[in-house]
Design a protein around this ligand. Structure first.
Ligand code: ADP
Ligand code: MG
Length: 252
């Protein structure tokens, strides 16, 4: 498990249509400890996806630094696993081959990568779906495969951008519970981005509230684990923390 450090991060886009510069990320400093689960929450347009894309190395930053385990990030790398809102699975590959794709790119041979993939599929309750194609799965199952595919790469840092935003509410709650369970079984350093306040609080050790490209607040979430919705929905600490974060997001 590795640390992630974001120091005075800044991003200015050039808008070719308006002919002007847009500063999406003003100044963000954030330290994620090894094995810590951080949620970043904020209203639409506050710079969440921009931060994630810079940490993933998909777009360059225009100021500050990003360090994984003390090393500067320059471009994408297998040390950072990414899960997006859209499933982004290979439609022509079976589930097991989707999950084994990262190990394949690292030169792991077929029998070994099948073993790795089966282990991670079992962790997510997907063993029965190994030989299916993505279009044969529900949205919730596809997103589970997306999470497991990122984990099978054994990344140092897992980056997730609203991964459950496009599934129905019941499935989303199940996926959130599963993610916390899997994370407890296989701890990872996680940067989880969402606009959903209760999701942010439910999942995280710490919630960072973003406003207009800056950190507005940073709250520790000291709720016991394992976390399940049946326990938390009526929990007074969960309600208090969610109300606190919601008030911050609304003021953002
Ligand atoms: N490629 C781009 N070119 C110009 N402006 C962009 C680009 N991507 C995002 N922006 C602007 O940057 C701001 C932050 O966007 P984004 O990071 O997507 O926010 P969020 O994920 O929090 O909704 C918004 O004002 C958005 O319009
Ligand atoms: Mg976004």
């Amino acid at each position: 498990m590795k640390s992630l450090a974001i120091r005075n991060l800044q991003k200015t886009y050039f808008d070719p249509y308006a002919g002007t510069k847009v500063t999406a990320v003003q100044d963000v400093t954030l330290d994620v400890r090894p094995g810590e689960f951080i949620s970043v929450v904020g209203p639409s347009g506050c710079g969440k996806t921009t931060i994630l894309n810079m940490v993933a190395g998909f777009i360059p930053h225009t100021g500050g630094e990003i360090l994984v385990d003390g090393r500067q990030v320059s471009g994408p790398g297998a040390d950072r696993g990414v899960v997006f809102q859209s499933f982004a699975l290979f439609p022509w590959k079976t589930v097991i081959d989707n999950v084994g794709f990262g190990p394949k790119m690292r030169g792991v041979r077929k029998p070994e990568r099948d073993r790795i993939a089966r282990e991670f599929l079992a962790l997510a309750g997907l063993s029965h779906a190994a030989d299916r194609y993505p279009n044969e799965l529900s949205g919730g199952m596809q997103q589970r495969v997306g999470v497991v595919r990122a984990l099978a790469n054994e990344p140092d840092v897992l980056l997730m951008d609203e991964p459950f935003a496009s599934v129905d509410a019941q499935t989303r709650m199940t996926l959130q519970e599963e993610l916390t369970r899997i994370w407890q079984e296989r701890p990872h350093t996680v940067l989880f981005i969402t606009h959903d306040v209760s999701e942010a609080v439910f999942l995280a050790d710490r919630v960072v509230v973003l406003s207009k490209g800056r950190v507005l607040a940073d709250l520790g979430i000291d709720l016991p684990r394992p976390r399940v919705w049946d326990d938390l929905l009526d929990d007074s600490d969960f309600k208090r923390l969610s109300a606190e974060v919601l008030a911050l997001v609304r003021s953002a």
